[in-house]
Design a binder for this molecule. Structure first.
Ligand code: ATP
Length: 350
């Protein structure tokens, strides 16, 4: 288990600045996802941690030792890529053993490790097959096994599930999460898929334009993004400009009482973020409660377990998501009910 730290890391390619400055602490045994749109610098960051690129400035530390200039072969990292890069003429077990053979590991030890690792990735029954005889998910498990057998102190994965179909991606995510927790190996996972990052990671590092935009646990990133850009990237449904005054937010669709304990705000402008599932739909007015706003259902999207409603309130549109146990008709008059602690306000830092 290894703790990884990036301190003031910058990467320039000629005049182009790929990473302007990143500070990142990854605890030993933690799974961190590097998340961001295409070209934001995820792979460059991973390659610097691996030792495939040298930072232009700053330091990379493994367990407090500066490894910024240490080449990849001396860092004891394991890498898994989107393309499995298996040897087509070698069987599963030969592919998996390859790394230890080239290191000159004694045969007895290789055999022992092979059995261990084939069990871990559940590939025993496929050990004599060639890559062409395997499914995409099985090939990716071979690629993971081949990396794990060398006992890396840090495991790095660059979009490893990008070639798999949706169902298999879900299975492989659970497989990777389970494996990582069992082995307790520090893991850095690059993805541009928010759902994948949230499902897999202990913490998610969002990178925009070569900068670390937010580094947080998945639920914090989802519920409490620190900017509108992040809220938008994380798929926020309802974002409104607001005037904040005395703990209340005035928006175009209505005025809302805020919860100053969970989200301290200051007077001035800001944006109100309402997750669609944080808004309750009432069929009758409720004068006794706070934040009850009249509206009309103007659209309905059925997803099976849940339904999305579009509700017009004072000329603004609010998206509401609820269980499909009941169905509300389009055209129905409704009231939105929003509990203060479920509202998140984003304000520029003073
Ligand atoms: P993607 O999700 O598309 O793989 P990414 O977030 O991983 O993107 P990087 O591959 O890290 O992005 O690239 C970040 C930026 O640095 C891009 O604009 C890319 O063109 C540039 N870049 C990466 N490697 C080099 C290089 N060797 N020389 C010049 N520019 C580079």
């Amino acid at each position: 288990m290894t703790k990884v730290q990036l301190k003031g890391v910058r990467k320039e390619f000629g005049k182009f600045v790929a990473i302007s400055e990143i500070d990142l602490d990854i605890n030993s045994g933690e799974l961190v996802a590097l998340l961001g749109p295409s070209g934001c610098g995820k792979t460059t960051t991973l390659r610097m941690i691996a030792g495939l690129e040298v930072p232009s400035f700053g330091q990379i530390l493994f367990d407090d030792q500066d490894v910024s200039e240490v080449p990849v072969q001396d860092r004891n990292v394991g890498m898994v890529f989107q393309r499995y890069a298996l040897f087509p003429h070698m069987t599963v077990e030969k592919n998996v053993m390859f790394g230890l053979k080239v290191r000159g590991t004694p045969t007895e030890e290789i055999k022992h490790r092979l059995e261990e690792i084939l069990d871990v990735v559940q590939l025993q029954q496929f050990r004599h097959r060639f890559p062409a005889q395997l499914s995409g998910g099985q090939m990716q498990r071979v690629a993971i096994a081949r990396t794990l057998i060398t006992n890396p102190s840090v495991l790095m994965m660059d979009e490893p599930l990008a070639n798999l179909d949706t169902k298999l991606r879900g299975e492989m995510r659970r497989f990777i999460r389970d494996l990582q927790q069992r082995l307790n190996i520090t893991t850095i996972f690059v993805t541009h898929d928010q759902v994948e990052a949230m499902e897999l990671a202990d913490r998610v590092a969002v990178i925009f334009n070569g900068k670390l935009a937010q580094y947080d646990a998945p639920d914090a990133l989802y519920q409490r993004p620190n900017s509108i850009e992040i809220a938008d990237f994380m798929g926020a449904d309802n974002i409104y400009e607001a005037q904040i005054s005395a703990g209340r937010a005035k928006t175009a669709f209505g005025e809302l009482q805020l919860d100053q304990l969970s989200n301290p705000v200051r007077d001035g402008v800001g944006h109100v973020l309402l997750r669609a599932e944080a808004v309750d739909l009432l069929l009758e007015a409720d004068a006794a409660s706070e934040n009850v706003i009249p509206g009309k259902v103007t659209g309905r999207e059925f997803f099976g377990a849940t339904v999305n409603y579009t509700v017009e309130c004072n000329g603004e549109t609010v998206t509401v998501n609820e269980q499909s146990r009941r169905m509300v008709d389009v055209g129905q008059d409704v009231w939105l009910s929003i509990q203060p602690h479920r509202i998140w306000v984003i304000q520029d830092t003073a």
